[in-house]
Design a protein around this ligand. Structure first.
Ligand SMILES: NC(=O)c1ccc[n+]([C@@H]2O[C@H](COP(=O)([O-])OP(=O)(O)OC[C@H]3O[C@@H](n4cnc5c(N)ncnc54)[C@H](OP(=O)(O)O)[C@@H]3O)[C@@H](O)[C@H]2O)c1
Length: 269
């Protein structure tokens, strides 16, 4: 892939495309000339989004209503990734958090988080990379999180799932590079979307300066993909935070996260 400003026939598949960062990807890619395949569970919202993009941008838009935390849901999208009209860009964006620490969680909820945040990302990346490496072009963006750089939310397993996504993408990205294919982890900080509300996480005490806009996250992600980065951390605020997470002594980080948890009452992001 040479540019995100695509010639007419390039096609992107975006999971979790009806809200937040995924919707911002869909709108931006359609504006840049991409045809789209949109994936999420809510069929009505998918149809509305597809109608908007067809009407305003004149792009071909397919929709797949499916639950990616299930095997059947992954199979449907895997089939589309290897179908005849090829996918040039896969954005593995759908993801969730749980509003409870591990000690109060259930195996069922933890498995649902891992199936969506990790298992679906692995399966769809694998399915996409086969035809991409054969054609020697294409890209995969796996939406991870700054949370994946450290266990800074005591008891939350969300960070662990995103640590996997970042490490996986960085590793696979290196092996795909010689084939002319890019794989990049996108690691945003707090972004204004439906994410926290869906998980029932109260973010009212999070200061305004910590929030990113989904459009800005997407803009920086596509710029970093063009530059060939393996890991993208949008905004200087979060680049600094990641440097701290990588280099600060663990004991200091644990003390800060315990203190933050005490002040906000928050377990997970
Ligand atoms: N917002 C943040 O602060 C933040 C920060 C760092 C990283 N992230 C990451 O960014 C990604 C996108 O999050 P967001 O904030 O944009 O979330 P969001 O606003 O809640 O949107 C989530 C999207 O994913 C879809 N989705 C949820 N569960 C699904 C499932 N089981 N199968 C298929 N689709 C599903 C939703 O549609 P349906 O409900 O219709 O399925 C929706 O389109 C996630 O991976 C998240 O971890 C978010």
């Amino acid at each position: 892939m040479t540019s995100h400003s695509a010639p007419d026939e390039q096609r992107a598949l975006v999971t979790g495309a009806t809200a937040g960062i995924g919707a911002a990807f869909a709108r931006r890619l359609a504006a840049d000339g991409w045809h789209l395949v949109l994936v999420a569970r809510d069929a009505d919202r998918l149809a509305d989004m597809a109608a908007e993009l067809r009407e305003r941008r004149g792009r071909d838009v397919e929709i797949i209503s499916t639950d990616l935390s299930t095997d059947d849901g992954c199979v449907v999208v895997e089939r589309r990734l290897v179908a005849d009209a090829p996918i040039d860009l896969l954005v593995n964006n759908a993801g969730i958090s749980l509003n409870k620490p591990f000690l109060r969680s259930s195996a069922e909820d933890e498995a649902r988080l891992l199936r969506l945040n990790v298992h679906a990302v692995m399966r769809l990346t694998l399915a996409a990379l086969r035809p991409m490496t054969d054609r020697r072009r294409g890209a995969v963006i796996n939406v991870s999180s700054v949370a994946g750089f450290g266990a800074v939310m005591p008891g939350s397993t969300y960070s662990a799932s995103k640590a996997w996504v970042t490490n996986f993408s960085e590793s696979v990205g290196q092996s795909a590079r010689p084939f002319g294919v890019r794989v990049m982890a996108l690691c945003p900080g707090y972004t204004r979307t439906e994410f926290h509300q869906r998980a029932g996480i109260n973010m009212s005490k999070t200061p305004g300066w910590m929030w990113l806009q989904a459009d800005d996250v997407v803009d920086e992600a596509l710029r970093d993909l063009r530059k060939g980065k393996l890991v993208s951390v949008p905004s200087w605020r979060y680049k600094l935070a990641v440097a701290g997470l990588r280099h600060a002594p663990r004991r200091l980080l644990h003390a800060v996260s315990q203190d933050t948890r005490g002040r906000t009452g928050r377990d997970a992001n």
